[in-house]
Design a protein around this ligand. Structure first.
Ligand code: GDP
Ligand code: MG
Length: 446
């Protein structure tokens, strides 16, 4: 799994390892390598383009943390973006509140439907559930036989008929059998075709309408790469596909299907098949897959720790400055950059009790650029000690930053406001931590 892309990416990281800093130039070289690696893995070019764009943005916006090398940071960025690309978190199977839960297994011929039906049954059984199988491929007698052999092997009850000519009627009889045996999860192995043709789709569509299944799981052959995306789109047009199963991951070195499906369809990959045997099934965990692709789990967790430490240090320094009333414009810029990284300031402030009045202070992209330009046009002395910024300094700063004196005035007012806000926030936090400060009574005693 993923050997080819893993190999490619590790070359990229090696070439970055010697660099002392991440600059726009060496990032763009590394990003080019990443792009090539993804394209070679057979990931859709549009998805690759978006991916590399985000990596570039992230890499350039990163703060320099002394203990972390640019190469390590780059690994972390790629890892984070891979996790996002793969869907962030594992999406569990849904179960119906009223039994039985019904899963329709759909896909092309040879994709691995029948094999997966047995794998899923074994998986559910191991979780203490009571699965039941229905062989609904009425076109190939061998298909029902294949399912029966597998089901017997793993000890799961099933329903099959010979010579039925209506798949939907067959499934309804199967469902009745499942209910009479009080089985709680019914898995239907449907018929496939070489291509998603209209006959197949019409049958599946009608079956889904009649059964209203809890999930329609589309089995896709991982070795078909980007074609899996085309197949997925064709199926989705007629049946309510709720998730994907990628079979034959064990034979796929490239990973194009796994890396493209989520971004192309918005639907989750729920399981991967990793072999022919009923036990060769794994739930799909984006983080584990990303680690597997990068093969650098230790670096990722190292950078995570360093970043958390760095943030904690910064927060502590800010607290110190606030308590000594030394918060200056340099810090304001820093705070705004942090807030911007964290998302919309409005939403953020709304979460802090007592700060609803600050909701008007909306920092959008443009305002932020102005603020940044104004502060950068000040001398270090002015940033440290805003009190000295008189009328003529204000005019000079406005000129230098391409803004107006009004905008400079407004910024200085906002600085005072922010300083006040942060001081009370600081008090609020320390009150939370130390019960002696929580109430005047306690304070007097302490
Ligand atoms: P169906 O036509 O969609 O029902 O496909 P089958 O379940 O009959 O599978 C087609 C072939 O692929 C069989 O030879 C299976 O053993 C094989 N197969 C299915 N899933 C996997 C898998 O995850 N890994 C490997 N290596 N082979 C698989
Ligand atoms: Mg089959």
């Amino acid at each position: 799994m993923f050997e080819a892309i893993a190999e490619r990416l590790s070359e990229t990281f090696r070439s970055l390892a010697g660099r002392a800093r991440i600059t726009e130039a060496n990032v763009s070289d590394a990003v080019k390598d990443v792009r090539r690696a993804l394209l070679e893995a057979d990931v859709n070019y549009k998805i690759v383009k978006d991916f590399t764009e985000r990596v570039k943005q992230e890499a350039i916006g990163q703060e320099v943390i002394k203990s972390v090398t640019p190469a390590q940071l780059f690994v972390k960025i790629i890892y984070d973006e891979l996790v996002k690309l793969l869907g962030e978190k594992q999406e569990p199977l849904r179960f119906s509140a009223i039994p039985p839960t019904i899963y329709m297994i759909v896909g092309l011929n040879g994709a691995g439907k029948t094999t997966f039906t047995a794998k899923l049954a074994l998986y559910l059984k191991s979780q203490g559930r009571a699965p039941f199988l229905i062989a609904a491929d009425i076109y190939r007698p061998a298909a029902a036989e294949q399912l029966a052999v597998l089901a017997d092997k793993i000890g799961i009850p099933y329903y099959r008929e010979d010579g039925a000519d209506d798949a939907i009627a067959l499934v309804q009889r199967g469902l009745a059998a499942a209910k009479s045996q009080a089985r709680e999860v019914v898995i239907i192995d449907t018929a496939g075709r070489q291509t998603p043709d209209s006959d197949l789709m019409a049958e599946l569509k009608k079956m889904a309408e009649v059964l209203n299944p809890t999930e329609v799981l589309l089995v896709l052959d991982a070795m078909t790469g980007q074609d899996a995306v085309t197949t997925a789109q064709a199926f989705r047009e007629t049946v309510p596909v709720s998730g994907f199963i990628l079979s034959k991951m064990d034979g796929d070195a490239r990973g194009g299907a796994a890396l493209s499906l989520r971004a192309a369809t918005g639907l989750p990959i729920k399981f991967i098949g990793t072999g022919e045997k009923p036990e060769d099934l794994s739930a799909f965990y984006p983080e584990r897959i990303a680690s597997r692709i990068l093969g650098m789990g230790d670096i990722v967790s190292f950078v995570e720790k360093a970043q958390a430490q760095y943030d904690a240090d910064k927060a502590r320094k800010l607290q110190e400055k606030l308590s000594k009333n030394k918060f200056d414009l340099e810090d304001m810029l820093d705070q705004l950059r942090t807030l911007k990284k964290m998302g919309n300031i409005r939403e953020l402030l709304a979460m802090i009790p007592g700060f609803s009045q600050m909701k008007d202070m909306d920092i959008d992209e443009k305002t932020f650029k102005h603020i940044e330009a104004i502060i950068l046009s000040m001398t270090p002395e002015e940033r440290r000690n805003p009190a000295i910024i008189n009328g003529s300094r204000r005019r000079r700063i406005a000129m230098g930053s391409g803004t107006s004196v009004q905008q400079v005035n407004q910024l200085l007012r906002e600085f005072e406001q922010m300083k006040k806000l942060l001081r009370s926030l600081n008090k609020f936090q320390s009150q939370g931590r130390d019960p002696r400060h929580a109430h005047p009574l306690f304070r007097r005693k302490g």
